[in-house]
Design a protein. Structure first.
Length: 695
């Protein structure tokens, strides 16, 4: 009930859903939130928003929120509410006991792309300075880790090249493995506006996404490839550009490493990369591939936008490298309207990666083995640091099953739903002596936890998020934490209870430390963020005092851009007689990831279950009718979905959403992962589909 007569107060903060990073004005009256209004001066959204950001925030006030710490000795026991003092003392003493008994590499942490930069920085500091190892990983591992690896290898830094607004200058827009109108709706609208103004469009996707079906937009090319064949397609586009002499020789000579280009030329000109060969692999007619290649190379400023349909594959990193090759080949880097632009799924994927949440890198993507960097952190933190990379999430879980990894702190993530092969995750969690979950709701994973630390919604936090265009924006507290403590305070108190002096008074002090220790953030401060509204890193006083909207303008971050050989290797996951269809997965507009928040928001109750799209011919063959409940079975397990018969998918391919735990989408997916980063191959699973019941 909103108290009458109180003045309306306004707080500007940042949406906690997707990587667009829309700014909102949160209007409150007394302690009550009246509404969220898209902020006209928001640099990422300019007064626009989508249904999730504007309306799907009431989960923050859900009665299901856990507001008191809970503990239990065994996962068989019931939860018992305890004080913060007791919970923190127990967590600290258990981590110390386990490290003493099994060694310091037996404990670690997983940080979150949903949390603020400051929280992520403090979690990795807890691991490196207090646990005294590098066993820190982030949930970005399972989405955009190939982007980090690939773009760093090619261009020198793990980030997209251009701001969203740059699309206004694009003549050609190439969308591959992304569905911006559902996944990144505010940017999707901006992109559609540019297309209506006349920009040309290439879409590479196994499914007819909305950009292909919209009556107001004409996609020049829809390359409807088989799931798992991106690399063959991208190589064939590059082959065509070279075959027809459409490459940008001047850019390559001035801006790229010639040695790498020569080696790549020898590879890419091989017949195995021809459009005819790609047609056999991808199912896309060679003439369409040639046409798309000509348009991308000669149509003017050409921008590539990609998403998890590129990264979540056994060749996710190879595909990112192939995209980076294409942009260099045509000179489409370092200018308006062009670039390589990963569309990040979660609000702070970019930030969590920037903050040193990977087991091999400090903040700013500097390797832990680098003596100078390590020395800088050792002096700042007053503790010797480990020069060896630590465990990735997958290593932590596997080592747990082997009995070598015994205690984990997990921040804002449900490992059982977000990571592949749920059976393995559960076995690993059950093998540990201490599983600590820090989150706002009990989730599937909490069944296997010993300690639950209540967290804060974005409305209760102070800090910053960094969106997909490297834009750092303030998150401002609208209401006090329901649980009594902000998350960075809890992490700090665990560190203190383990004997390490950590004494921040406010997240701005954490940002000041990030700036001191991270060259790409050197010029960032809360004062400047408040003054400018946002800052795109790199930001430093010498060269870019107000940030860097477009990267690699004069030279690449690493000096010269580097071409990489990107041979196509088919995924081991193939259709068989038993599992003849290929399942790929994605989101719908109204829901978000595993639905922890959007399922608890009344505004969007119209969508209550996951759906499976199947082609009419595949449905008929199996006696499946529209709306049937169907069982989807793979060699790993089975899940239940509501069936939708549509020609959006091709015969042989089915598509499922993954927002509801009941559908068990992650039980179906396989253990196969990207060769470089272990990012799971969520986009290709061989399955069978059968009707269950008709209602
Ligand atoms: Fe939030 Fe993304 Fe929607 Fe913007 S587009 S309101 S950031 S969910």
């Amino acid at each position: 009930v909103i108290e009458k007569g109180l003045p309306l107060k306004s707080t500007i903060t940042t949406c906690a859903y997707c990587g667009v990073g829309c700014s909102f004005e949160v209007q409150t009256q007394g302690y009550e939130i009246v509404r969220l209004v898209p902020y006209n001066n928001g640099h990422a959204n300019h007064g626009h928003s989508c249904v999730k950001g504007r309306f799907a925030w009431t989960y923050a006030l859900s009665p299901e929120r856990v507001t008191k710490p809970m503990m239990r000795k065994s996962i068989e026991d019931p939860w018992k509410e305890v004080s913060w003092e007791e919970a923190i003392a127990y967590v600290a003493s258990e981590f110390k006991r386990i490290a003493d008994k099994y060694g310091r590499y037996s404990i670690g942490a997983v940080s979150s792309s949903r949390c603020t930069n400051e929280e992520d920085f403090v979690v990795q500091k807890l691991v490196r300075a207090v646990f005294r190892n590098n066993n820190i990983d982030t949930c970005a591992r399972v989405c955009h880790s190939p982007t980090g690896y690939g773009l760093k290898a090619a261009y020198g830094t793990s980030a997209g090249t251009n701001p969203f607004d740059s699309v206004r200058f694009s003549d050609v827009i190439f969308v591959i493995g992304a569905n911006p109108t559902d996944g990144h709706p505010v940017f999707g609208s901006q992109l559609k506006r540019r297309l209506r103004e006349g920009a040309r469009l290439i879409v590479a996707d196994p499914r007819k996404i909305d950009l292909v079906r919209s009556p107001h937009i004409k996609a020049d090319y829809h390359l409807q490839l088989r799931p798992g064949t991106n690399v063959a397609l991208l190589n064939a586009i590059a082959y065509t550009i070279l075959e027809e002499g459409l490459e940008n020789r001047a850019f390559i000579e001035q801006r790229c490493n010639q040695e790498s280009f020569k080696k790549w030329l020898q590879f890419i000109r091989k017949e195995e990369n021809s459009p005819e060969r790609a047609q056999e692999i991808t199912g896309v007619p060679a003439e369409l591939i040639r046409g798309a290649a000509r348009l991308y190379a000669t149509g003017g400023n050409a921008a590539i936008y990609y998403g998890l349909g590129v990264t979540e594959h056994s060749q996710g990193t190879t595909a990112v490298l192939a995209i980076a090759n294409l942009a260099m080949l045509t000179g489409n880097v370092g200018k308006d309207g062009a670039g390589v632009n990963p569309l990040r799924g979660q609000n702070n994927v970019q930030g969590s990666c920037d903050m040193g949440s990977f087991p091999h890198e400090f903040s700013g993507y500097r390797h832990v083995s680098d003596y100078q960097t390590r020395n800088l952190f050792e002096e700042a933190w007053n503790v010797p640091l480990d020069p060896e990379p630590g465990f990735r999430i997958t290593n932590m879980l596997t080592e747990a099953v082997y009995g070598n990894f015994k205690g984990i702190y997990v921040h804002g993530e449900d490992l059982t739903q977000s990571d592949p092969d749920s059976h393995h995750v559960v076995e690993a969690l059950k093998s540990m002596e201490l599983v600590v979950l820090h989150d706002i709701f009990l989730n599937e994973m909490s069944q296997y936890c010993h300690v639950f630390l209540p967290g804060c919604s974005f409305l209760e936090k102070d800090g910053t998020f960094t969106n997909a265009e490297r834009r750092i924006q303030r998150v401002r507290q609208v209401m006090p934490p329901l649980c009594g403590k902000q998350e960075w305070e809890v992490i700090q108190e665990i560190a203190q209870a383990m004997g390490y002096p950590m004494h921040y008074n406010h997240p701005s002090e954490i940002m000041d430390e990030i700036a001191r220790l991270t060259p790409t953030f050197r010029g960032v401060s809360y004062e400047k963020l408040d003054r400018l509204g946002s800052i795109q890193w790199p930001c430093n006083e010498e060269e870019a005092a107000e940030g860097t909207p477009i990267m690699h303008r004069e030279k690449f971050f690493k000096g010269l851009g580097e071409f990489h050989i990107t041979g196509y290797v088919p995924t081991p996951e193939r259709p068989t007689r038993q599992f003849p269809l290929i399942l790929t997965t994605g989101r719908i507009l109204h829901h978000y990831n595993v639905g922890t928040q959007t399922r608890r928001t009344q505004n969007i109750l119209w969508s209550k279950e996951d759906i499976l799209e199947i082609h009419p011919s595949d449905a008929e063959e199996r006696g499946i009718k529209e709306g049937d409940l169907v069982e989807v079975t793979s060699r790993k397990g089975s899940g239940i979905f509501r069936c939708k018969i549509t020609d959006r998918v091709q015969p042989g391919t089915v598509y499922a959403t993954f927002h509801f735990p009941e559908s068990r989408a992650n039980i179906v997916t396989t253990e196969i992962s990207d060769w470089a980063t272990n990012c799971p191959e969520y986009k290709v699973t061989a399955v069978q589909v059968s009707a269950l019941a008709r209602e």
